[in-house]
Design a protein around this ligand. Structure first.
Ligand SMILES: [Zn+2]
Length: 192
């Protein structure tokens, strides 16, 4: 018998219950069951090993954030976060409103458009240290390069995509090199 997905359960638990068909395929359940104590982090890590080789897998696999954060990122990439627009389809929620601002809750809204949560993005992206600069340039340049290549292909069928990854990495180094205070760190990173 399957446990009901209750709307007063934790977000992470609801997420796990919703992906039961995928979780059942996990081959490591036997070893997880043998441990005296169920370790949620270990389950996440085992689950992440099962990730198909899709384009964003590097973002999840090589991410050293806490496993539960990576797991939610994995769900977001799979469009499987239990936001209300999805939960309404399976009759768990009947009001679609965002708890922060009352607009309709979706992944797009919750993480990018909500007036309340966007403050968090602003705070993180306003970070002035080198890591913050890397992050901002990487996000902006990756979106720019994808858009740039897309336009070239739309207007010139014979266009061959340039080595976008190298272009982005070169651009990050060049942009940060402009600031003398960051140069020694760039050299350290390039030589490491
Ligand atoms: Zn909102």
């Amino acid at each position: 018998m399957l446990m009901d997905i209750k709307n007063n359960g934790s977000w992470i638990l609801r997420s796990i219950l919703q992906i039961r068909p995928d979780a059942k395929r996990l081959t490591q359940w036997d070893s997880l069951k043998r441990s005296e104590k169920f370790r949620l982090n270990k389950a996440y890590i085992e689950f992440l090993k099962e990730i198909p080789n899709v384009v964003w897998s590097g973002l999840v696999r090589s991410n050293i954030a806490r496993p539960r954060a990576v797991f939610l990122l994995w769900l977001a990439c799979h469009k499987r976060l239990p936001t209300k627009d999805r939960l309404m389809k399976i009759d768990i929620f009947h009001q679609p409103n965002c708890i922060f601002c009352n607009c309709a809750e979706s992944v797009q809204h919750l993480f990018f458009e909500c007036n309340v949560t966007s403050v968090v993005w602003e705070g993180v992206l306003r970070s002035k240290n080198l890591r913050g600069q890397f992050l901002k340039i990487a996000v902006a340049k990756t979106i720019y390069e994808i858009g740039w290549n897309r336009n070239r292909i739309v207007y010139n069928k014979n266009y061959t995509i340039r080595n976008t990854v190298n272009v982005i990495v070169d651009n990050i180094v060049n942009r940060v090199w402009v600031f003398p205070k960051y140069r020694h760190r760039i050299v350290q990173i390039l030589l490491s």
